[in-house]
Unconditional design. Structure first.
Length: 529
């Protein structure tokens, strides 16, 4: 434990007074950590409980009356729409109507159509102005200024959202950007035919953190009753914008998560009938990817694969004064052997000397190994190569990876470290993109060897069949949800699995890999084509 956690433990013991059980001690300590946005540490405190106590804790999580009856949220543009009551009552429908009218050549427009264009343009300008005022408001500015320099660099900027609408039109996508404030969630969406819109959900940061912790704990513990916690977060994050997404006919969510939301996969939220991934393809975005959303794949898929697989090969690197111990991952070897790879390296042959000179000769770089983030010093976070080399984020910054369309980091906790505020989740993805790679796939928690092998096999089958990166990851995830681990091995099989149905609303079914622990840890960061 860190010194800070030790102090929190003492406070916990002093605060509980006549409380006797270890379970309550741990829960109070977890609460104190949650108030400091230290989600991962809080999760690990709860992991110290016995399985029976953990099960009891999770069973006590109930949906609030507010969640059960529907989420309270505001449509800030409603006041503006009311001033234009002779027009559409939705900013989305107004934008769609304007796009239709503007497609008519100027010389062919009637007087009535020209006037309607003028009115709709004024309406959408007002809504856009309202959003600009929101983005400049003191609480939103304060929220952005609280981020570290690294997080500010990597985060999508609010003032960039409007100019991305043309790209979203080509992708049939929406950008989804939740912002966490102390007393509420601001849900921002940008779709092709309207200015950025926002919905306000009144939920405290602490209550949201608790729900994130419950959900993440249920994910990594493979709790069969996970749907309750998945649905609570769906009600807060997706339900308020669901009608907007449906009205716009959105198929892909381009996600810019904020804070502790970076620790959980959007794909594994649940609406009571389906996982979110069964409705939308999902990709995460960083600032480095905003000019690269619509760059298509070029030429044939070529894969450079490498694995640290020999369990008897132990590496003990020291990074930034911390000693680490790693063993090989046997499933990683089988995973890389199954890749459609033109070149593969294993264990001691998996070295910087062998891989670095040829990385940009391939369109896909697949590394099946460990990675670790260094708490407090993100630039010293590293990937472990099979021979013990440890290239850091600082090293990767100097690489040139132009021509690499995808880096797959099939590793333990590739995306999560101990910094506690979530900014490290997109760290490797952002750095690889700055070096020229279009996209990165990374994991949110320690992954299962065999489950990852099944998912990656389905992913590459789907990618090879012509699906985009976003579609291929979605197809692979749906294959595991539906119990079809061989999806994609036959022609067009990967596309067929998109129609698989969800397990029952009460719990996850019995198929081997259909729990989100197996299919949800991997997130796509960057260009999804």
């Amino acid at each position: 434990h860190s010194p800070e956690m030790g102090n929190a433990s003492s406070l916990c013991l002093n605060a509980i007074g006549d409380c006797y059980t270890f379970a309550d001690d741990y829960r109070l300590l977890a609460d104190l950590l949650l108030q400091q946005d230290r989600i991962i540490e809080a999760q690990r405190i709860l992991d110290l409980l016995k399985i029976q106590e953990l099960d009891e804790f999770l069973q006590d999580v109930q949906r609030t009356a507010r969640t059960a009856s529907g989420v309270e949220y505001l449509r800030p543009e409603e006041t503006i729409l009311a001033r234009y009551n002779n027009l559409q009552q939705s900013a989305i429908s107004a934008g769609q109507t304007l796009a239709t009218l503007k497609a008519i050549p100027v010389e062919d427009r009637t007087t009535e159509q020209s006037q309607q264009i003028s009115d709709l343009t004024a309406l959408l300008d007002d809504i856009n102005g309202d959003f600009r005022d929101f983005a400049r408001s003191p609480d939103i500015r304060a929220l952005i200024e609280q981020l570290s320099v690294e997080a500010q660099d990597a985060s999508l900027r609010l003032n960039e959202l409007d100019r991305l609408r043309d790209e979203l039109q080509q992708l049939n996508a929406a950008i989804f950007y939740p912002l966490i404030l102390d007393d509420r969630l601001e849900l921002i969406i940008t779709i092709p035919d309207s200015p950025p819109l926002r919905r306000t959900v009144y939920i405290s940061r602490e209550e949201l953190n608790r729900a994130i912790l419950d959900f993440r704990t249920a994910l990594v513990s493979r709790d069969p009753a996970i749907i309750a916690s998945a649905q609570k977060l769906y009600d807060w994050l997706i339900a308020p914008i669901a009608d907007d997404l449906e009205a716009a006919g959105i198929e892909t969510l381009i996600y810019a998560p904020d804070g502790q939301l970076r620790y959980i996969p959007l794909a594994a939220l649940h609406d009571g009938e389906n996982w979110l991934i069964q409705r939308y393809g999902i990709q995460n975005i960083t600032a480095a990817a905003v000019t690269d959303l619509t760059t298509p794949r070029e030429g044939e898929l070529t894969v450079l694969g490498a694995a640290y697989a020999d369990r008897s090969l132990v590496h003990t690197p020291e990074v930034n004064g911390t000693n680490y111990t790693f063993q090989g991952l046997p499933g990683a070897g089988a995973e890389v052997e199954a890749l459609p790879a033109a070149n593969t390296f294993f264990d001691n042959d998996f070295s910087l000397a062998n891989l670095r000179p040829i990385m940009d000769d391939y369109t896909v770089l697949h590394l099946a190994t460990h990675a670790a983030f260094v708490p407090g010093v993100p630039e010293d976070s590293f990937i472990l190569f099979g021979n013990g080399d440890t290239p850091t984020l600082r090293d990767i910054e100097n690489w040139t990876l132009n021509g690499v369309e995808l880096v797959v980091l099939s590793a333990c906790e590739t995306g999560v470290g101990g910094l506690g505020n979530g900014e490290e989740v997109l760290g490797l993805g952002y750095q690889f993109q700055l070096s020229g790679a279009q996209a990165v796939i990374a994991s949110l928690w320690s992954v299962d060897d065999l489950g990852t092998q099944a998912l990656m096999t389905a992913f590459y089958d789907a990618l090879g069949s012509g699906l985009s990166k976003t579609e291929a990851l979605q197809a692979a995830q749906l294959a595991l949800i539906g119990g079809n681990q061989s999806a994609g091995s036959e022609e067009n099989r990967a596309i067929a699995v998109m129609t698989q149905t969800a397990p029952s609303p009460q719990s996850v079914g019995s198929s081997r890999y259909n729990h989100p622990y197996y299919w949800a840890p991997f997130i796509l960061i960057g260009n999804g084509l």
